[in-house]
Design a protein around this ligand. Structure first.
Ligand code: HMG
Ligand code: MG
Length: 306
C-alpha cells in the first residue's frame, strides 16, 4: 500500500477521445453540457475538444463553438488536442489553458493518424510547443500505440521512451503513454514503464489506457504500484480512435474512481456528480454506460429509492 501515490490526478478525455469516435452527430450544446458537468464533478483537467482537420475528424469540427460555450470553472484546466500550428492558432484564440500534441511510437500509426513520419511529426510539433509556451499555455504530450500497434503489432519500449524523451525536450510538462488499442497487459506495462521512466521521471508520466481487452484497470493498478499518479479516463467509457481500427473506449472514469476510492487515494472527484455527467451523455447517445461501476452504482441507487 505504501508505494501508492496518496493523490491521483484524473484527466478526463471523454469529450475529445470519446466523442471523436461517435458515428452519430453530437450537437455542440450536448458537448458543452457534458464538459460543464464534468467540471462540476471536480475533474480538474478536461480534454475538451481538438483543433484538427475536420476532413480527418469531422466529429471535432465544432471545436470553436464548444470552447466558446463552456462555463469556465476556476481551477479547471481545459485542454485541447492540436496537430499543427493551425490547430494551435485555434487553441489560443479559444482560450484553452493547455494544448496536447500527439506523436506515435510506430511509423505506420504516425502515417495513418498524422500523415507524416515520427521524425516529421516531432519537427512539426517543435514550433507548436514553443509557440504555445510563449503564449502562456501548458503543453502536454501523448505517445500513441505504446503497448501495441494495429498495423505493426508489438512495440519496443525503447521506441516509446525515445519519443517520450523528445516530447520532454520540446517542453511538455507531462507525457501521457497511450495504449491506443488496449492490447497491453500488466506485465508488458511494467516493462514499458521501467524503460520509459529511465528517460522521463515517473512524476512526469501519465497513463492513457483504452479498455478494448478489459485490461485497463489492471494496467492502472500496475502503474500505481510503480508510482504513476496521473491517469486519463473517459466518462461512461466513451471512445476510441478513428485511426485505430477496433479500438474501443478509454477506461471509464467511474471505474478508475471506484478503484482509487477503494485504495484510499484522493482525486477530488465526486462520484455522484460524475454519474450524473455519465447519465447525461448516455441519455443523449441513447445507449447504456460502458462503465461497470457506473452501472452497478446506478442500479444500487435505484434499489435504494424503491
Ligand atoms: P494533411 O491532410 O496532411 O494536412 O493532414 P494538410 O496540411 O494538407 O491540410 C489538409 C486540410 O486540412 C486543409 O484544408 C487544411 O487547411 C486543413 P483544405 O485546404 O484541404 O480545405 N487543416 C486543418 N483544419 C483545421 N484545423 C487544423 C488543420 N490542419 C489542417 N489543425 C493533419 C495532417 C495533421 C492535419 C491531419 O492528419 C489531422 O488532422 N490529424 C488528426 C487526426 C486525429 O485527430 N486523430 C485522433 C486523435 S489521436 C488519438 O485519439 C490518440 C490519443 O487519444 C492517444 C492514444 O489513445 O494513444 C491522443
Ligand atoms: Mg486515446
Amino acid at each position: 500500500m505504501d508505494n501508492y501515490p496518496r493523490q491521483v490526478r484524473l484527466v478526463e478525455v471523454g469529450p475529445r477521445d470519446g466523442l471523436q469516435n461517435e458515428q452519430a452527430e453530437v450537437p455542440a450544446r450536448i458537448k458543452i453540457g457534458l464538459v460543464d458537468r464534468l467540471a462540476a464533478a471536480g475533474l480538474a483537467a478536461i480534454e475538451t475538444t481538438s483543433f484538427v482537420s475536420p476532413r480527418w475528424v469531422p466529429q471535432m469540427a465544432d471545436a470553436v463553438e464548444v470552447m466558446a460555450g463552456i462555463s469556465r470553472r476556476p481551477g479547471t484546466r481545459y485542454t485541447v488536442l492540436v496537430p499543427n500550428l493551425k490547430g494551435l492558432e485555434g487553441a489560443i484564440a479559444s482560450g484553452a489553458d493547455e494544448v496536447a500534441v500527439f506523436p506515435a511510437a510506430t511509423e505506420s500509426f504516425s502515417q495513418r493518424n498524422l500523415n507524416c513520419s515520427i521524425a516529421e511529426s516531432i519537427t512539426r510539433f517543435a514550433p507548436v510547443c514553443a509557440e504555445a509556451l510563449r503564449a502562456g499555455l501548458a503543453v502536454r504530450g501523448y505517445v500513441s500505440v505504446v503497448l501495441g500497434c494495429p498495423f505493426e503489432g508489438a512495440v519496443e519500449p525503447s521506441a516509446v521512451a525515445e519519443v517520450a524523451a523528445r516530447l520532454v525536450d520540446l517542453g511538455c510538462h507531462e507525457v501521457s503513454l497511450g495504449d491506443t488499442i488496449g492490447t497491453g497487459t500488466p506485465a508488458a506495462n511494467g516493462r514499458l514503464l521501467e524503460a520509459v521512466s529511465r528517460r522521463v521521471p515517473m512524476e512526469r508520466l501519465a497513463g492513457h489506457y483504452h479498455d478494448t481487452y478489459g485490461q485497463a484497470l489492471a494496467n492502472i493498478y500496475r502503474a500505481l504500484e510503480m508510482g504513476m499518479a496521473v491517469f486519463d479516463s473517459s466518462v461512461a467509457g466513451l471512445g476510441g480512435c478513428p485511426y485505430a481500427p477496433g479500438a474501443t473506449g478509454n477506461v471509464a472514469t467511474e471505474d478508475v474512481l471506484y478503484l482509487l476510492q477503494g485504495l484510499g487515494i484522493e482525486t477530488g472527484v465526486d462520484m455522484g456528480a460524475l454519474l450524473e455527467a455519465a447519465q447525461f451523455i448516455c441519455n443523449h447517445l441513447d445507449r447504456p454506460t460502458s462503465s461497470r461501476a457506473g452501472r452497478a452504482l446506478a442500479l444500487k441507487a435505484q434499489r435504494e429509492t424503491q
